[in-house]
Design a protein around this ligand. Structure first.
Ligand code: PEP
Ligand code: MG
Length: 893
């Protein structure tokens, strides 16, 4: 089946577009080779070979010969043979998948060394120590990554050798010491792996190649892929590269560099260099590196060449690149490059800088930033200038900057926050019992658990700052204290500060500054002004690119004038969802309660009469805040229990009154009514249109309030553009009944006021049945707005109020989904229904207006989906509007 397939590519044969086949590392090595940059010769074994190996347990039949042919060519080119006794060619074997994966095996260096060839290497290099050091590194890396020997055994032996010699750094070990260490390492391999360290260089290479293939399927790699939603069947490529040595003396070394500052985006010389060292020494922090700029005085020729290469790479990749290089006796070699990671702020700056340099256009600039980065820039952060005392660092689980008094249990968190204290909930790890405390706290800090731990998942869901897995902190919940490195004890009530964007934990109160980006969106800071900082300038320009490109309009979910005005400042083009139940909280809740529980027509009418002017005033304010822009008002949709007294509390009150023989007729009547209306599943109960249909006069009161408010605004020369939306419709019949009544009321108001209102009436699509019968529903609806919160709840059968705190952690850990379907639209399930409803709705009514107002409307990935299925707009909370604008622009370019 694999006949004629090519499994091995020389570096001269590939290019950067071939990442699927050659992996990221291999594709970029090929690209650099073809740019004429000094890359040590080598070849890449494709991901296809890996796939065959993983499927069948054996490497493809043709692979061995192909590898042999490429190895031959390499040997000819280098003028020496792999492992040749008197002058060995040595190679590195490195994994390299399409996406870089920290869960995978990385590199085995110095393949080709053996008891014999180590002598040859020593002679050729004129350096015994170097040769034996290289050999011990090979056995160590090979033993660990290929033969599965516990790495610590080697490290302990190395430590022991240093101790015996009374030295502290391994460069102080001499050839004779290293020779002894090699014997010891070989013995460890024999005991632990049950086999000798292979002396045949080709066997070393083949085993290392298989080990790289196998590393695709380690538990860690699988978990990482599931979480990051990297497909499990991509496989990894393997790079075989001739060795160059940075550890051949002071004229050798190794380093990393960035073509510009990954923190600010500024061009300049950024990186680190370590003289007389191999790559893993830099990572291991064995000796201190020097700033790259110092290379100029160490080796001017190599430095100049490196600077020139960096410029070539930037112009070629048209982006910030990061680089690994080695200098071997004054000769510079490029070992790796890739488009480099950067901070959120730098991403915006670099994108605009590259536009100014003429390297990329606006559409491309939009691909260089993400909504997630913009969201990150919108969180308040700690003042850079502040003096801080950092005491730990964990995982940046949910961004933001939080300051508060440390509390060690949920109960105290709630109690203290009720009395007005700001608290940080500190736990070893959290569980569902901590939920109240998490809600009450400013932020959450745990000493255990990763990005998908309960604390992290729940905090992100709540938009609350969270640092988790800060392992240096010893949290003692029993004694209500935590001990930080150095022994200082943080007692309950002591102030601490946590940074959910960096994972840092500080003692005391670190001052918080508002995000300059939010100041800009709020209109308190202006781009183009003298004092505007570069970041604001860059964000301003990128937003303009996005607004020019996007097709989707962006509206806000807002229920009051204040939110509406903010939304407008943030660029909202209307309100996509005004939840009228939010207008009945607080003092007005009782009015609704009375309406719901009304026994007689008179009672009901009285409560409606009391509600009407309040509702009307709400709408007048909202319509004036959004003058000239559409405002979708949704008729009441509360789960009943939210508006009724708590059944337990009420029962207790009645029982108490009874035992004290106090009068309690009203309470009893209320209790009976609450019992009558009590639902086991309120979310699936009497809510939305159902409530409108069983409580006469409720929806018509709301429609009247909308119509009268609109008429008043028109009379006042305003431009109200109200749209009336019916929630939780499952069948067109429900909608027809409500519409008929609504049309009547609107006609009445028009007649009474003499104003033409042109109100449109539409519905939410938030039940599977509504989506499945969207063609019929569109007969009665002028617009659809997808309620993807309820749609997700009902399609999955997941209670939106419960699951995130109960079993989602387990689901995320098992990789069933990488992100909650309440956060990012489930394209395959919920998304299919959306698509179907869009098509059916437009087939019935070609000018049907389509939007979405579930939480997904502000989620970057979901915005792309809504663009693809052809919605007209997304609607989201005011703070997410810039993100939605940006992502809509990205989706369209
Ligand atoms: C929805 O269900 O997606 C929606 C927007 O309505 P609510 O969240 O108010 O139920
Ligand atoms: Mg809903």
């Amino acid at each position: 089946t694999v006949e004629g397939v090519k499994f091995v590519y020389d570096f001269t044969e590939g290019n950067k577009e071939l990442k699927d086949l050659l992996g990221g590392k291999g594709a970029n090595l090929a690209e650099m080779t073809n740019l004429g940059l000094p890359v040590p010769p080598g070849f890449t074994i494709t991901t296809e070979a890996c796939k065959v190996y993983l499927d069948s347990g054996e490497e493809p039949a043709a692979l061995r010969d192909e590898v042999s042919a490429h190895l031959d060519a390499l040997e000819q080119r280098m003028g020496k043979k792999l492992g040749q006794a008197d002058d060995p060619l040595l190679v590195s074997v490195r994994s390299g998948a399409k996406f870089s994966m920290p869960g995978m095996m990385d590199t085995v260096l110095n393949i080709g060394l053996s008891d014999k060839s180590v002598q040859g290497l020593a002679k050729q290099a004129g350096d015994d120590r170097f040769a034996w050091d290289s050999y011990r590194r090979l056995i160590q890396m090979f033993g660990k990554t290929v033969l599965g020997v516990e790495g610590e055994l080697f490290e302990d032996a190395l430590e022991a050798a240093k101790t015996a010699k009374k030295v502290t750094v391994d460069t102080e070990l001499e050839a004779a010491d290293l020779k002894k260490l090699v014997t010891k390492f070989k013995r460890i391999v024999k005991t632990e792996a049950g086999r000798d360290f292979p002396q045949d260089p080709r066997e070393q290479m083949d085993l290392a190649i298989h080990a790289v293939f196998d590393s695709w399927n380690t538990d860690r790699a699988k978990l990482y892929r599931r979480q990051e939603r990297i497909p499990g069947d991509l496989g990894t490529a393997v790079n075989v590269c001739s060795m160059v040595f940075g550890n051949l003396g002071p004229d050798s070394g190794t380093g990393v560099a960035f073509t510009r500052d990954p923190a600010s985006g500024h061009q300049g010389v950024y990186g680190d260099y370590l003289q007389n060292a191999q790559g893993e020494d830099v990572v291991a922090g064995i000796r201190n590196t020097v700033p790259l700029a110092e290379l100029e005085s160490i080796d001017k020729k190599s430095y100049d060449q490196l600077m020139q290469i960096m410029e070539t790479l930037e112009n070629h990749y048209k982006d910030l690149c990061d680089i690994e290089f080695t200098i071997e006796r004054g000769q510079l070699w490029m070992l790796q490059t890739r488009v480099g990671k950067r901070t959120a702020g730098a991403a915006f700056r670099i994108a605009t800088q590259l536009v100014d340099q003429g390297l990329i256009d606006e559409a491309e600039a939009l691909q260089r930033v993400t909504g997630a980065q913009l969201a990150q820039l919108m969180f308040p952060r700690f003042d850079d200038e502040a003096k801080v005392q950092q005491v730990g660092r964990g995982i940046a689980a949910s961004p933001g900057a939080a300051v508060g008094k440390a509390v060690f249990d949920s109960y105290t968190a709630v109690k203290w926050s009720r009395s007005g204290e700001k608290v940080i909930l500190v736990r070893r790890e959290t569980n569902p019992d901590d939920l109240d405390g998490m809600i009450a706290a400013e932020g959450i800090l745990t000493s255990r658990g990763g990005k998908t731990s309960h604390a992290a998942v729940v905090a992100r869901g709540m938009g609350k700052t969270c640092v988790c897995g800060a392992e240096e902190l010893e949290v003692d919940t029993k004694r209500r204290r935590m001990t930080v490195p150095g022994g200082h004890v943080v007692e309950e009530g002591d102030l601490i500060s946590i940074d959910g964007s960096s994972g840092k934990v500080y003692l005391g109160e670190v001052p918080v500054v508002p995000s300059p980006v939010v100041e800009y969106f709020e209109g308190r800071m202006h781009a183009g002004a003298n004092d505007a900082d570069e970041l604001v300038e860059a964000v301003h320009r990128i937003m303009a690119f996005a607004d020019r490109k996007r097709r989707l309009r962006v509206r806000a979910n807002a229920d009051n004038a204040e939110d509406a005005l903010r939304a407008r400042r943030f660029g909202a083009q209307g309100i996509g969802l005004c939840r009228t139940e939010h207008m009945f909280l607080g003092d007005r809740r009782e009015l609704v309660e009375r309406l719901i529980l009304a026994d007689t027509e008179t009672e009901r009418e009285e409560s409606l009469k009391a509600l009407l002017p309040l509702q009307k005033q709400d709408f007048v304010e909202l319509f004036s805040a959004m003058d000239g822009l559409p405002v979708t008002v949704r008729l009441l949709d509360p789960p009943l229990h939210e508006f009724l007294p708590d059944i337990t509390e009420l029962s207790v009150r009645v029982a108490l009154a009874e035992s004290r023989q106090e009068p309690h007729e009203n309470e009893l009547r209320l209790l009976q009514a609450v019992h009558r209306l009590h639902e086991q599943n309120p979310m699936l109960g009497l809510r939305g249109v159902r409530l409108g249909l069983v409580i006469p006069g409720l929806f018509t009161m709301q429609v009247r309030a909308i119509a009268e408010a609109a008429a008043e605004r028109k009379t006042a020369k305003g431009d109200p553009r109200a749209e009336i939306m019916i929630p939780l419709v499952g069948t067109v019949q429900e909608l027809e009944i409500v519409r008929e009544e609504a049309d009547e009321v609107i006609a009445e108001v028009e007649a009474a006021t003499g104003v033409q209102l042109k109100l449109s009436i539409g519905t939410m699509i938030e039940l599977p049945r509504a989506a499945l019968t969207a063609g019929q529903i569109a007969e009665a609806a002028q617009f659809f707005s997808f309620g993807t919160n309820d749609l997700t709840q009902t399609v999955w059968g997941f209670s939106r109020d419960d699951v995130e705190a109960s079993f989602f952690t387990a689901y995320l850990e098992k990789g069933i989904f990488g992100v909650s379907p309440f956060e990012t639209i489930d394209r395959d399930g919920v998304g299919s229904l959306v698509k179907l409803a869009v098509e059916a709705g437009r087939a019935t009514r070609p000018d049907l207006k389509l939007g979405v107002c579930g939480e997904h409307g502000g989620d970057p990935e979901s915005v792309h989906f809504f663009h693809e299925v052809g919605l007209d707009y997304v609607s989201c909370s005011p703070f997410r509007i810039p993100v939605a604008r940006l992502e809509a622009g990205r989706a369209a370019s």
